[in-house]
Structures are given as C-alpha cells and as structure tokens.
Design a protein around this ligand. Structure first.
Ligand code: 5RP
Length: 233
C-alpha cells in the first residue's frame, strides 16, 4: 500500500465522524478529496461549507449539500488536511494555497479534525515544509522584503507555466523556508503583522484531534501523549 492508501484510511475514519444533522467545513487537498468521496459513498445528509473552489467543485459534482459561510456563524465540525503536524497539534497548511479560507472556516468551527497520512507528523514545524503566506499582489516586492527580515528564505510560488500562482482570493503565495521553527505562536503573529500579508499557513492551537492514516489503518490522536506514543511505535 502507498501513501495515497494511508490517506484513504484516514479519510474514511473522518467521514465516519459526520452525522446528517451537522454543518461541516471542508478544507482542501488530496486527503480532503478522499474525505469528500467517502462522504458521497456514505450518502451523507449533512450540509457542507467548502473552503476552496476545488473542494466546492468536487463536493458539488458528487452530490453533497453545500452552503456558504456567509449563511452561518458557527459550524459543528471542520475536516481538513495539513502539510505538517507537530506534537501540540500545531500545523503548517497551504500547499494548495487555500489556507486563508481554511483558517477562517476552522475558526468558525466548534471542533477541528485534521486528516493526514503519517508522513505529515513532525517533531517541529518547518522540518519538511516552507510556511506559505498569502500576499496582496499590489505589495508583492515590499512584502517579500519585509518577510525576508524574519529570518527565512521567501520565494514567490509559481505555476508550471512560470506565472505567479493565484489563490481563490486573487492573491499570490510566498513560501518561506525557515527550517525548524522554535516558536510558532510568535512567528504566526509576526508574519501577519507585515502590511500586504493576508494570512499565513501556521495554524497554532486550532486542531482538536488528528486522524493519521498508516500501513495498517488509521490512528486517532486526541492528545500530545497519543502523538508521542504513535511516533514511538
Ligand atoms: C491546502 C492545504 C492542504 O490541506 C494541505 O496542503 C494537505 O494537502 P494533501 O492532503 O494534498 O497532502 O492546506 O491549502
């Protein structure tokens, strides 16, 4: 079995958390796409709030009932993927460039469950992935120069055609390599203080639980203890 199969194990466990009466936020990415397919297979009667155009298209095509966030103040649950998860359930997100809306939907949700395969678990954030930052195209050069002063290596994300990647919000993404991040709470705040930054992909204190797909199924991590035990096994 390959990593995609591990994602499917976690996605099926995530879909099993959804009840018909719930209002559920959906993140983005390949793992969330598996969650959407699993929900459709189950014939879920819940209502979903997608946080990206890609998830919206897939969920709509597969017949899930969709509403927008503007119709609701509170959601019951958010199901989302991540690029890195640390033992405190802090995250790096945004490989798909959808982290701004994902952070908003997560913040509107009573419970946030992160769905990943085991390759996403890290001791410290930044070990494997850069931190994506959504920036206003108008302020690109200025914002990148300010981001550089935080100590990382910022790089404008580009498409395969060599043009800047554009988010659902019409903005650019700057990926910043920091290496191992010692104080994610402070860094999240510092990045967002820079004019021209819309939102960054550090999600600190957002996730309540993590579903981790692996060779033999899915582990449900509810605490740091669960995380460390899983890493040791
Ligand atoms: C998109 C995200 C995704 O959830 C994250 O990149 C994980 O993606 P995948 O499930 O494809 O590995 O944050 O903005």
């Amino acid at each position: 079995m390959n990593v995609d199969g591990w994602k499917q194990f976690a996605a099926e466990a995530a879909a099993g958390l959804v009840r018909d009466e719930m209002l559920v936020g959906l993140g983005s990415g390949t793992t969330v796409a598996h969650v959407i397919r699993a929900l459709s297979r189950l014939g879920s009667g819940a209502t979903f709030v997608p946080s990206s155009s890609t998830s919206q298209r897939l969920a709509s095509k597969l017949g899930l009932r969709l509403e927008s966030l503007s119709a609701h103040k509170k959601l019951d649950l958010m199901l989302d993927g991540a690029d890195e998860v640390d033992p405190n359930f802090n995250l790096i997100k945004g490989r798909g460039g959808a982290h701004t809306r994902e952070k908003i939907v997560a913040s509107a949700s009573r419970r946030v469950v992160i769905v990943v395969d085991r390759t996403k678990l890290v001791r410290r954030l930044g070990e494997q992935m850069p931190v994506p930052v959504e920036v206003l195209p108008f302020a690109r050069e200025y914002t990148i120069a300010r981001l550089e002063k935080l100590g990382g290596k910022p790089k404008l994300r580009q498409t395969s055609a060599g043009t800047p990647f554009v988010t659902d919000n019409g903005n650019y993404i700057v990926d910043i390599e920091f290496g191992s991040i010692q104080r994610p709470t402070k860094l999240e705040r510092e990045i967002n203080r820079i004019p021209g930054v819309i939102e960054n992909g550090l999600f600190v204190g957002v996730a309540d639980a993590v579903l981790v797909g692996h060779e033999d199924g899915c582990a449900k991590l509810r605490s740091k203890r669960d995380f460390l035990k899983f890493m040791r096994a």
